[in-house]
Design a protein around this ligand. Structure first.
Ligand code: GLY
Length: 375
């Protein structure tokens, strides 16, 4: 997208925050080489707390690819290649539902830059492996957690299956991914545009049984990060397919996010939770900002301008002193994220996906590509 659309103050703030982000990633790789953190504890990336699941390994290399692209630095390029190469083999990983998170920010960016077919094969394989998660009776891709569970988070990983289907012209892959996305739309996206985090289905019959949650407040509430995954993920589905059902869903999810959130643009962990433990979940805001910029590119006129304005407003807040960690006592760049409040992991800390999507949104404010499909 044209950088002319981005207000000058947002561009200046984005430049400054990207400088801090580069400083923080440089320190991380110097202090803990080849280490893939998920969240800080007490502001530190290195600790012995449980990761819950291994889903964040693509976000470190992904930031490096953005830095390399922006600066032309050979050092960032070499680090980006190295941290991407460390993921080799994970394209066959059937333990997680996060292969989009792992390979889209890394090997896909690498492929886009080089056009190298071998890089593309890794991305395509990751998409094929994701598709193996389909429970045919339920018509849903299962989560990492249990055979009878699906997550809204998976919507942010389905792009890699659409991509694999397109590259291989495999109708079966396309059927699988459409089946999951349309059923997620049916079961996890509610009439008011809010989303449930988890869905539970009957393994015998495939019947959808109930909405549930892991990281939100409760089954009928609204976990903000899930909402951000949905608004971004359904937008990506539309970008791949031109199917207006996906655009309509992305818009409803985005409008719910914006209606629930105050002028800061930064939600709590769950909008429905009375007396939230901490006021902000900044990673949801970073994801939403980047997803809203994509939605702006997928819509037209006042609607497109409105989504871009909302994204710029979030970026302004996140680049402010309350959220950017200029201090070296905090290892990350974006403060006030939360991973898993129920388990007490990474609450009011820096989180690796928050870092990545913040950097991605900043890059988009400085001329980076707004559409996931074009990366
Ligand atoms: N499980 C992915 C997330 O925390 O958003």
């Amino acid at each position: 997208m044209s950088i002319d659309l981005v207000p000058a103050d947002v561009q200046r703030a984005a430049e400054a925050a990207l400088d801090v982000a580069q400083r923080k990633v440089k320190a991380l790789v110097a202090n803990h080489p080849d280490y893939f953190p998920l969240y800080t504890m007490g502001g530190k990336w290195k600790h012995d707390f449980d990761p819950w699941t291994n889903w964040c390994e693509g976000f470190l290399g992904g930031q490096m690819w953005v830095f390399a692209d922006r600066t032309g630095s050979a050092e960032w390029r070499s680090l980006a290649e190295h941290y991407s190469t460390l993921l080799r083999g994970r394209e066959f990983d059937r333990e997680v539902h996060d292969l989009g998170f792992t390979f889209w920010p890394t090997w896909k960016r690498w492929h886009t830059l080089t056009g190298d077919a071998e890089r593309d094969e890794v991305v395509v394989q990751a998409g094929k492996t994701m598709a193996l998660r389909l429970n045919e009776k339920a018509g849903l891709l299962r989560s990492f957690l249990a055979e009878d569970s699906t997550f809204i988070d998976i919507m942010m990983n389905v792009g890699i299956i659409f991509y694999a289907a397109e590259r291989t012209q495999d109708d079966e892959l396309r059927r699988i991914v459409d089946t999951h996305c349309l059923n997620t739309r049916r079961y996890l996206v509610r009439g008011d545009g809010s989303t449930a985090h988890e869905g539970i289905f009957d393994l015998e019959t495939g019947e959808f049984l109930r909405q549930s949650t892991q990281q939100g407040w409760r089954s009928d509430s609204s976990w903000a990060r899930g909402q951000a995954w949905a608004l971004y993920g359904f937008g990506t589905c539309y970008a791949f397919t031109d199917d207006s059902r996906y655009l309509d869903t992305a818009i409803r999810c985005a409008d719910y996010y914006l209606a629930q959130t105050d002028e800061s643009g930064v939600p709590p962990n769950d909008w429905k939770e009375p007396n939230p433990r901490v006021p902000y979940e900044s990673s949801a805001a970073a994801i939403a900002a980047s997803g809203l910029l994509q939605l702006s590119a997928l819509t037209t006129g006042d609607q497109a301008a409105g989504y871009a304005e909302a994204a710029f407003s979030i970026v302004r807040t996140l680049c402010g002193p309350d959220f950017v960690a200029h201090e070296d006592t905090i290892d990350g760049v974006l403060k006030h994220g939360s991973y898993h409040e129920t388990h007490g992991y990474g609450v009011d800390e820096c989180v690796m996906w928050g870092e990545y999507f913040f950097v991605e949104a900043l890059d988009k404010c400085l001329g980076g590509e707004w559409l996931a499909t074009k990366r």
